[in-house]
Design a protein around this ligand. Sequence first.
Ligand SMILES: [Zn+2]
Length: 243
Amino acid sequence: VIVHDAFVLRQQPKDFIRRLKGKAIEKITRRGKAVIIHLSSGEFLIVQLMMTGQLIANGAGDRHTRITFSFSGGSSLLYNDQRRFGQLRVVAQLKEIKHFNILGPEPFSKDFSPAFMREAFQKSIRPIKNVLLDHTFVAGIGNIYACEVLFRSRLSPKRQARRISLTEIKDMHRTIREVLREAITHRGSSLRNYRDGSGQKGRFNERLAVYARQGLPCPRCQKSILRVTLAGRGTFYCGHCQK
Ligand SMILES: [Zn+2]
């Protein structure tokens, strides 16, 4: 393990290297937006990519390469991060990651059901977009996907969560899974820096209906896409066909 830039570590480089050196990767899972690399020691390497982090297998490396992991078979894994908002940390137990303890259910899990959504929505006067982005409600729906889900569901991002009907909730539940599945099939959205594990750009951004498309025609009704700020995030929608 070579630490080129310890800024992205949440522990001392010496400790980080010691707990990784000589260990095998047994499997890789995910919680919310965090990558969980399971080590043969029983510990976990947690990688939060944030804005510009990239995990690239057998890449060439450049000035944004912050960590190089070399394997005994000659292969390698690079952690690149242009803006260095990402974080890496080795932990003995997942509960050490405080953020995991407050995360809501995974969108593909059984716990994330229309009934669960209804209960959460009923007590919320917040705009629906803010609820979708709240990771204590559901884990891992980012800004791009929240905007696209609301477009497909024909719901205004500003609508109060408690004013969404059960029929609309059932439709939104299906749409959330549909949008995320499509995004995974197209290997994510590379609007800027995102790359998959082989260094390739994701292509879901080519299919976006509203995100970052303000002033362009709505693909459904041709009226201009609008942009507002909700919960501090750029929010894109069609004022005509999202009510
Ligand atoms: Zn429209």
